[in-house]
Design a protein around this ligand. Sequence first.
Ligand code: 5AD
Ligand code: SF4
Length: 435
Amino acid sequence: MIKTFFIRVYGCQMNFADAERLRRALVGSGWKETENPEEASALLAISCSIRQKAENRVLSFLSSYKHLKKKGTVLCLLGCTANLYGEEILKRFPFIDVVCGPNHISYIPQILENPITKKMVLTGENSSPFMELVESNEETSMMIPITKGCNNFCSYCVVPMARGRLQSKDPQKILKEIKSSVNRGVRYVVLLGQNVNEYGKDFKNKCDFGDLLSDVCKINGLLRVGFLTSHPEDTSKKILQIMAENQNVIRRLHIPLQSGSNKILRNMNRKYTVEKFLNVVEMARNLMPDISITSDILLGFPEETDSDFNETLKIVEKVRFSELYIFKYSPRPGTKAYLLKDNVSKEEKEHRHRTLLETQKKISNEIMQSFSGKTCEVFIERKSIKKQNHFIGRNIQDFPVILEGTEDIIGKIVRTKIFNHSDGFLCGSKLEEYQ
Ligand code: 5AD
Ligand code: SF4
């Protein structure tokens, strides 16, 4: 009988990258993916613990399928939540069979090969946490985890507990993986890490993120290189210069500001000031006038007053981010801030969230509008699901673009004239096709 798996992913791009590797490994060893959890022999949920809500969502997802146990379906909780709570999860959710943190996901295909006769818990650190890539000829873009874990210890953040300490992947392995993927048709890679700028800080030799980025950009046949996420404190002039010198690097810098108040930044242990943040923005814009800067804001951190919030609003208006991800503070066990009183009321958090969203919506709209009439080079990723004969791609600033075309443009760069924007997409028409 063919074994089938269903996979549900929550959280960040790291989880989506893990899911993709796991999917390929399972398919490579004879499994079939199903879109129906009821049909699956293994139900895999890759979890996120960044906020309480994310945690609740994954646990209620698995709970809603506990009836499948009767059929012998194996229920697996993978990722950050699994790592944070380990064995404890099994007490509250006894129907879960496998609890496996992000550093051990590569063992899952092997674990599922044999009947599960007892509960399995795999958590904590692992000296080789990176999952090998089973190659495929189907993809034109790919996410490449280059670090695991994080050493920053922002006071609100569960990541160092959920994913462990920083571990960087060997640069030669990264380059080899990308080169062989390019040989199979990949044209666009995104280098991933909780803070990519920390890359290499755990190495004895001196390879840092700038060196890696520079080597990746030079790989023949690679049309686009992106990276996520940068920490404002570690975004050096060297990295910005390497971006500026290499035309295939995405002109987008995602640098989470979190707050526009120096008092709050200090309490968050962010290690930079608003002035330093603005300096990074200025440096980036001087070197790359067309760069798109995106950010995260964390609202309602303990002791955030109206005046602190107004400072955040002021910086958001000043910087004019192309996109902003806005989150309401959620206390996380094990973090330093967990010991502080969560003293901004739910209503106040809601109110600040709405205010900031409205401000940002206007700015994002104006930035999208400014592309109208301009020509962009769009890397085409996939067919549109909603609109017939239309394709989705990204311009060099990483804005999503929709345009009419034919299958053969996938994986290519298409010169596109933008005429409008709608639902978060720039709408364009194809001028000519090349590369
Ligand atoms: N509560 C709410 N949002 C959080 N983030 C990180 N930790 C928390 C938390 N405890 C947000 C930050 C981070 C993004 C990925 O999630 O803004 O940049
Ligand atoms: Fe969520 Fe953070 Fe884990 Fe990503 S690393 S899944 S954002 S808790």
